[in-house]
Design a protein around this ligand. Structure first.
Ligand code: GLC
Length: 565
């Protein structure tokens, strides 16, 4: 298919019914379409507009005929390699005609949580059938991210603003675990609104890890908060929220926690196990890829929002230095492809001094057998963890997708990550997108690493389970790398099951065929993740909220493998 002219490229129509207005009750459907047309731009202009600027907000009512005229093949490639072959948007896909999308919006609206009549977030799962609610009736910071993106994409930013301010307020509370006081910057994993029907008051209880199973630390919460603040700013064009003194202070407090000097010898962030979406013991302690990628994205987001006053400047200087070191470290030592694997396989050990090639003293015997078959000739990924004599070769979805979106991955590495997903589709996507990590741990390894966790048996939950929420990240990464066909295939798989199965939290099995053993139904981020994926496919400019272009100065000097160069 011929590559379309740039001026014809982008006419995406977004016409979601506004189901959530009026307190989440379905009152009156507003047909609002946003039409963005970008013409007369260079490739670079087009890309930076798509990915790095506030969304054009031209809202007006459109007739059905007009709408169908502007439904257009809006696939946009970021590298000119692929993405033009198949239309991203076609009449039959149109989200507003899709009953699954309508059901998803209704479910998402139902999950809204109110504080003094204002929506402040979404509950983790709206699962009445489940006897044991645990903390699924709370608003989780990480779980709210896809909900927030969905609301932003629909042009309903208030709930996101309320959430950002509410969690900021919670950050200011005294945080104690037993007799130990947590850092001022710590953001909660989750919070719950308590309604007192007699006094007619609302109050909040937050969990910073002091109630969480295993007392895990939500290191990712603060990073997601900063990333969401940027998404809000980009989507609405409203800079006043990020510029508020309390938001500037909130950002600085989060940054203080991770930019302080200590005993570190690496620019990566040292974490305890269970510190992120994988919030149980799963051998992700040390320098987990999910946290490093979110850390990188949060640093870049903060850099774009911090004020150039004396306090802000001090942080900006620290951020620039850290970004430089972090991108070098990650791109060099976490990157694995065929060539790199072969190099490690042939590593000498016990090397001393600056001339060491095997800097972390990885013992080749510790390379797991599965990786030799798994690694395609073309493709690569950021491994799960790197620290002295320990390389966790597992593939993790979230960290790799965030690495693409934040441009922690070079454009070549981003392509290689997508190549690997295509090459290992059966293993990583299977029947339900997307595996949280690959492969699962079994037997002795499972016993030692998870502490015999019955929820994390092989190919279940965090141990190789398939999480529909990850669909939005895969979709965003596919669009950014100009390969929307990958997202389209994944969305089709999700559409075959998700609604029918009641929006489960996760699926089990080697190919993700079974509804998870203990999976909640009506899991909000499964619902929101689907909506975000659909809306991004309908209007790829949405990806700009959550995506960043590469900074030229971060390019690494190293060139060392086929899929990297
Ligand atoms: C589980 C998940 C965690 C999520 C929470 C609420 O604990 O592991 O990532 O935030 O459920 O959905």
């Amino acid at each position: 298919m011929d590559r379309p002219k740039k001026r014809d490229v982008l006419r995406a129509v977004n016409s979601m019914s506004s189901l959530c207005e009026n307190g989440g009750k379905k009152e009156g459907i507003r047909a609002v379409n946003s039409v963005c047309s970008i013409s007369e731009l260079t490739d670079e202009d087009l890309l930076s507009r798509l990915l790095d600027r506030p969304r054009l907000k031209l809202e007006r009512k459109k007739s059905y005929e007009e709408m169908s005229l502007s439904l257009y093949d809006s696939a946009h490639s970021l590298d000119g390699r692929s993405g033009w072959d198949t239309p991203v948007f076609s009449m039959k896909d149109s989200s507003d005609l899709n009953p699954m999308v309508t059901e998803a919006w209704e479910a998402l609206c139902r999950s809204q949580v109110y504080f003094r009549e204002k929506p402040v977030g979404t509950i983790a799962a709206y699962d009445h059938a489940s006897e044991d609610v645990l903390n699924y009736d709370q608003v989780f910071v990480r779980d709210f991210v896809p909900s927030a993106l969905a609301f932003l994409m629909k042009g309903e930013p208030d709930i996101v603003k309320n959430f950002l301010l509410k969690t900021l307020h919670i950050q200011g509370q005294d945080k104690m675990i037993d007799k130990f006081k947590l850092g001022d910057g710590a953001m909660p994993a989750s919070f719950k609104v308590l309604h007192n029907p007699i006094k007619k008051t609302d109050s909040i209880i937050a969990d910073f890890g002091e109630s969480a199973i295993g007392r895990v630390a939500p290191v990712d919460s603060g990073f997601w908060w900063i990333i969401l603040l940027r998404a809000y700013t980009k989507s609405t064009g409203d800079h006043s929220l990020a510029e508020r003194p309390e938001c500037q202070k909130g950002m600085r407090l989060i940054l203080s926690l991770c930019l302080s000097e200590g005993f570190d010898t690496f620019p990566t962030l040292l974490c305890a196990d269970g510190c992120s979406m994988v919030d149980r013991r799963m051998g992700i302690y040390g320098y987990p890829i999910e946290i490093q990628a979110l850390f990188f994205m949060a640093l870049r987001s903060a850099l774009s929002m911090l004020k150039h006053d004396s306090e802000g400047k001090e942080f900006m200087e620290k951020i620039v230095k850290r970004l430089h070191a972090l991108s070098f470290h990650m791109r060099s030592y976490f990157w694995l492809d065929f060539q790199q694997l072969n190099d490690i396989y042939r590593y000498k050990t016990e090397e001393y001094s600056h001339t060491a090639v095997n800097k972390f003293n990885v013992i080749p015997d510790s390379i797991p057998d599965w990786i030799f078959d798994f690694m395609p000739l073309r493709g690569g990924y950021f491994v799960g963890n790197v620290s002295p004599a320990r390389m966790d070769f597992r593939w993790f979805a979230l960290g790799n997708c965030i690495a693409i979106l934040s441009s922690l991955a070079t454009p070549e590495q981003s392509m290689a990550i997508m190549d690997l997903i295509e090459a290992r589709w059966e293993e990583l996507v299977g029947e339900m997108p997307l595996k949280i990590c690959y492969p699962a741990m079994e037997s002795h390894e499972w016993r030692i690493v998870t502490g015999c966790d019955p929820k994390n048996t092989r190919w279940s939950y965090h141990n190789g389970g398939s999480w529909p929420v990850l669909l939005w990240l895969l979709t965003a990464a596919s669009i950014k790398t100009g390969r929307p066909q990958i997202a389209r295939r994944a969305i089709e798989l999700a559409e075959a099951r998700l609604l029918k199965d009641g929006w489960p939290e996760y699926y089990d099995g080697k190919s993700g065929r079974f509804i998870g053993k203990q999976a909640r139904k009506f899991q909000t981020w499964s619902i929101a993740g689907y909506l975000v994926a659909k809306m991004m496919m309908d209007d790829p400019t949405h990806v700009g909220m959550i995506s960043m272009e590469e900074e030229k100065h971060m390019k690494p000097p190293l060139r060392r493998s086929s899929s990297w160069t």
